[in-house]
Design a binder for this molecule. Structure first.
Ligand code: SF4
Ligand code: SF4
Length: 251
């Protein structure tokens, strides 16, 4: 089994052990979250990828011990809520993915944690995934999307076509007329503080449409992950899966 950090070998993706009772065992899940969070805390390479990692590092840094053991396991889910399963940390950053002996597969662990919470009925998974400002991190938390958003914001011509830009003070002065513009003329307003766009006023129907759009994107992504896992697992026999999981755990 490989022990080299940042190996040039293609990562091995172990099948997910979803048929095992251990998969849904909360205590075992928390032990695995603790183990992987601890490795991530020592590494911190993924801090800029999404909001899951900064959430984890803040929890650790603000804990009494400054280590993962100082974080209440009840807060482990706060990290899970921020992961929208984009797979970037696995695909692009992590030097500890299998075959490295540390066997870190952060997205699969997040998927497992979401599945456990869903099965417990603690939350309606779909609601939780979608409602958290956090959960989706929203897409603007992904660097490449953030760049696109910035590009749009900096593109004066495109912006002028789409919306009005106003300062907060001006809004306070002329709130009623701006409100009418938004509701009747369907002109979005982008509110700035200084030169910084900070919020937007849009018609409520557009807001609902926007939410649905996000929902379908996230659910599509989630479906892709499940499909990928099912396909991956289909190419292994039950015995191979059991042996693979055993090896991974021994690693
Ligand atoms: S898979 Fe989750 S934790 Fe990893 S980069 Fe994507 S959102 Fe962040
Ligand atoms: S997922 Fe891997 S690269 Fe990212 S912080 Fe954790 S250990 Fe480091």
């Amino acid at each position: 089994m490989s022990t080299r950090e940042g190996s040039l070998e293609a990562p091995t993706r172990h099948p997910i052990d979803w048929k095992s009772p251990d998969f849904h065992d909360e205590e075992k899940l928390n032990a695995e979250l603790h183990r992987v969070y601890d490795i991530c805390h020592g590494c911190r390479r993924c801090v800029s990828l999404c909001t899951a990692f900064p959430t984890l590092f803040d929890l650790v840094d603000e804990s009494k011990t400054g280590e993962v053991d100082g974080v209440d396991t009840k807060d482990f889910g706060k990290v899970v809520d921020q992961c929208y399963l984009c797979d970037l940390c696995y695909m692009t950053k992590c030097p500890y993915v299998p075959p490295h002996q540390w066997n870190v597969d952060f997205p699969h662990l997040m998927l497992r944690a979401k599945a456990v919470r869903f099965r417990k009925g603690e939350v309606r998974f779909r609601d939780r995934l979608l409602s958290a400002t956090d959960a989706i991190g929203k897409l603007a938390a992904i660097p490449v999307v953030a760049q696109t958003v910035n590009l749009m914001n900096n593109n004066g011509a495109a912006r002028a076509l789409m919306q009005k830009i106003i300062g907060v003070t001006e809004l306070q002065r002329k709130f009623r007329s701006f409100f009418e513009d938004v509701v009747r003329k369907r002109t979005p307003l982008v509110l700035t503080r200084g030169s910084r766009p900070e919020a937007a006023l849009i018609p409520y129907e557009d807001y609902l449409r926007f939410q649905q759009m996000q929902e379908s994107e996230v659910l599509a992504r989630f479906d892709q992950v499940w499909t990928r896992l099912a396909q991956l697992n289909a190419s292994f026999s039950e015995e191979e899966i059991a042996a693979d999981i055993r090896d991974a755990r021994q690693g």
